[in-house]
Design a protein around this ligand. Structure first.
Ligand code: SAH
Length: 462
């Protein structure tokens, strides 16, 4: 690094620019953003520079730069776009103690002016030591897009609130407060109420964080049910209303997330095929981190947290970290799938027990006591069974299950796009091939209407 980036305090300092053409205008546009006192020397200044002079934004001397003109100047720009003239200016200014920049002459310059992303007081300076101006412009364009145009306003008003925010203990608690202001609450308040809304938002946010700091953190592991918000428990609803942080699975529907408190931080930890995968260790880390920071956390899981939900691993992590937790059950997808086809999970005379199975476990296809399932007319709700449909079919038929045994595939249970595909053990692989979404396989259960039609058919045949 030949050029060391620093932010120079130029408030009230003198900066001189020698030149009155395009190069001078380009530099002046940047310099006019500062609180420096600008002086321009130009025999024939462009109208824009004259206008700035008329508006008293700079001092204009209609003559060539000469000895004594850079005295007490912090910076001097040679912007004549003429090598000999710029060299003359640079020699004088250097002798008079100013740092000198010659436009488009890296070699003879003591400093360079970076590309700037201006969200005053947040300023990002980008330099490539002259190696790749195109790249600097690209980085600038990327940052311009990434940094909200209101960041400057947020920061200015945030800065005036720093003293009040010192009421929060230093470290994580204070950092969380500022993160919430800059990431979510601030931009949202600005979008809705403009600049005036920011101060009241900061006050409310501080109140909440002061209370949270005093309160112990807590993680509620909550079942969200299969998707329909009306199938949430009242307790789940209330906890969502109160949560500071909601850490949710990919299976939780947007309609349910809508119910979270508006200020809540929503973190998605999707897994298993539906979107990007978050490792379990990372999920454990997140719930512990937020719980330990004093937040009221809802760990929201699809269906019931205790059904194929890796519940114990999360509880173990919370216990190990000494974070308080509670468990709120939800309707599991299998139970709701049975309801969707108009059947009970059990029925006198048909099946007195029901199995909850997974089609694949961590080792691959899951093995079960297929024999009893094949021969006793039992009912099973099979989760994660799409990929292993052929394997399940093979095992059950091998153990003597009839190919006509009903298996009903229920996709997107309880959601607007719920679909019921009636099938039999023989046609199961074709049936699952039709459903792209999450699905429950109801082994031993046909949809009620079909069951009725079938028994009618049987009766007619007799
Ligand atoms: N804890 C969840 C199950 C998680 S395992 C529960 O109790 O429902 C994930 C599997 O559950 C999916 O592969 C799918 O088989 C099933 N599942 C979850 N939500 C579902 C839904 N809305 N519709 C159909 N199947 C669903």
């Amino acid at each position: 690094m030949k050029h060391f980036p620093i932010f120079l305090n130029v408030e009230g300092r003198r900066i001189v620019v020698a030149g009155g053409g395009d190069a001078a205008i380009a530099k002046l546009r940047l310099l006019l953003k500062t609180e420096a006192r600008l002086t321009v020397f130009a025999e024939d200044p462009a109208p824009e520079i004259e206008a700035w002079a008329d508006a008293r934004r700079l001092t204009l001397h209609r003559r060539a730069f000469g000895p004594g003109d850079a005295l007490c100047a912090a910076l001097a720009y040679g912007a004549a776009e003429d090598a000999a003239e710029d060299a003359r200016v640079a020699a004088i200014a250097r002798a008079e103690g100013a740092l000198v920049n010659i436009v488009d002459n890296l070699h003879d310059s003591a400093f360079i002016t970076p590309a700037i992303v201006d969200r005053d007081p947040v300023v990002v300076a980008i330099g490539t030591e002259g190696a790749a101006p195109v790249l600097a412009r690209k980085i600038k364009a990327d940052l311009e897009e990434r940094l909200s145009p209101v960041l400057g306003t947020l920061t200015r008003i945030g800065k005036a609130f720093r003293h009040a925010a010192d009421a929060l203990p230093m470290g994580r608690k204070r950092r969380d407060f500022w993160a919430a202001y800059y990431d979510t609450d601030g931009p949202r308040a600005f979008a809705e109420g403009g600049q005036e809304a920011l101060r009241p938002t900061l006050e409310r946010l501080l109140d909440r964080h002061l209370n949270a700091a005093a309160r112990a953190g807590h993680v509620a592991i909550v079942g969200a049910g299969p998707g329909d918000p009306e199938l949430l428990t009242l307790k789940a609803r209330r906890l969502l209303d109160e949560a500071d942080v909601v850490i949710h699975d990919g299976l939780v529907t947007p309609e349910i997330l809508e119910l979270a408190r508006r200020e809540a931080l929503l973190i998605s930890v999707a897994k298993e095929g539906y979107g990007p995968t978050t490792p379990q260790a990372e999920i454990n880390r997140l719930i512990v981190e937020h719980g330990a920071s004093g937040a009221q956390v809802v760990r929201l899981k699809g269906g019931d947290p205790g059904v194929f939900g890796r519940l114990d691993e999360e509880i173990d992590a919370l216990e190990a970290a000494g974070v308080a937790w509670s468990l709120v059950p939800g309707l599991t997808a299998g139970a709701v799938a049975a309801a969707a086809v108009g059947q009970g999970l059990t029925r006198r005379g048909r099946n007195a027990s029901v199995r909850i199975l997974t089609g694949h476990d961590m080792q691959g296809f899951a093995d079960h006591d297929w024999r009893s399932l094949a021969t006793t007319g039992e009912v099973a709700a099979i989760y994660m069974g799409k990929k292993s449909a052929r394997f399940i079919q093979g095992r059950l038929m091998m153990h003597g299950a009839s190919p006509d045994t009903p298996v009903t595939v229920v996709e997107n249970v309880s959601r607007p796009d719920q679909r019921v595909v009636p099938a039999t053990l023989a046609t199961l692989p074709q049936a699952v091939a039709e459903v792209p979404g999450p699905a429950i396989l109801l082994y031993g259960l046909a949809p009620r209407a079909q069951a009725a039609a079938l028994s009618e058919l049987k009766e007619a045949a007799q």
